[in-house]
Design a protein around this ligand. Sequence first.
Ligand code: NAD
Length: 486
Amino acid sequence: MKTEQIQQHRNFIGGEWVPASGGARYAIHNPARPRECLGEFADSTEADIATAIDAARSAADAWANTPPPQRGAVLFRLAQLLEESRTELARIITLEQGKALAEAAGEVGRAAAEARFMAGEASRAVGQTFPSERPGYTCQTVVEPLGVVAAISPWNFPVVTPVRKIAPALTWGNTVVFKPSSLTPWSAVFLVQLLEKAGLPPRVVNLVTGPGARVGDALVRDHRIDGITFTGSTSVGTQIAEGAAQRLARAQLELGGKNPAVVIDCPDLEDAAREIVAAAFQCSGQRCTAISRVIVDAEQADALVERIVAHVTRLEVGDGLDPGTTMGPLVSHGQLRTVDRYVRQGVESGCALLTGGRALTGNPESDGYYYAPTVFDRVGPESPLAVEEIFGPVLPIVRVQGLDQAIAIANGTRYGLAASLFTSRLGYVQEFTRRVQAGMIHVNHGTASQAHVPFGGVKNSGQGAYSIGPSARDFYTNVKAVYVRW
Ligand code: NAD
């Protein structure tokens, strides 16, 4: 592509599309063809962040005082616009993130569904009325916006994760400074354009692009930001928690996972294998809730492993824009190197490599960040493959004896995001649900969540209110208890 054709995108601050104050830009590239530049984006400075926060602050009172059903109406329009733009936006997601086009379209549809749920929340009852212990009093709670919220999002779901933050923020009357991942700013620009079209008043949502270490950190440290909603890695989330704690700002952290699928006394191993492979390899395994280890009872291990490998070898790896592709490239060369490092360690430590285990192009920087979907069997429960978040198309299988050992191993990581169980035994369902350390539990299906059900994790997988569904309100609002003597 010639330089003059490269599209230049700007920040959205104070209701205007503006370049970074220093004039600097950075380029993003297509992970399927890394030499293809997709556009240039504002490389924001600390001054840009300060201006964006000023704008969000100045709009806060008016937006908080806008009747909530009117705020919801903007989100209903956003949902509609997301659906109408599904084809165009899905293409942008695939180009900058790499996932297969059908998955990208699914992401846009899911974002519309989440926006619509949150639009409805604006008209639902808030606050509670309590009986008084003293005669002649009423006691009630009222709910107010938190204030100005910083929304910091990762690259793996560049549309649905921002919507999951911005929609509840708006519904409950907050203004927003939005900082997307520096790898996927194009979807973010498109989303903010849709918010504009939906009739959102100027300054209510402000977009600043650029690297996390500068742009994200400046947001976290600024005392005018009342709350930080962050989705990303546990290591960055820990830094954000520290920064927020310094000034007692509220933080909602949605972090990494190492999500087990336990298979024991399962009547339909073919179905289990299909569900596991879909949940493990969608988005090339770059999903926080991806199944990233299988823990199988020895009695069913051989039969399950054979079926898993059969499904994996049917995956079509290629450019996400090709209609036949079921697994796209990894998002970046860095991600590819990380995956390969774990795979090499696994091979060297004697884990049984059943399929995959290598990059699919000799020169990823010119031919794409493609990695073969990889399955390891007979992985030790303490191997890095079994306990660390790899965030790629690598599925380790751990063989165990019985449910107690399966649960002990499932709980043997620092994470606690999602967990699946495949079984026909109701008693196992009860035991697993009670004892497994995870925020989301799925029985007899993969780790797919829904657009109105609380979503979050325990241990090092998250902190603060769960997002999605009604629980999101706890992050985006303050509660006042009001006593009236009459
Ligand atoms: P990341 O932590 O590297 O980055 C996330 C965001 O934080 C980006 O916008 C980044 O620019 C910004 N950032 C980086 N350093 C920062 C700093 N010092 N201060 C403030 N912001 C900073 O994560 P990633 O690589 O973009 O995404 C992958 C990770 O996200 C995985 O660990 C995955 O499990 C996790 N994730 C979690 C969920 C969930 O809901 N639990 C969902 C999706 C992804």
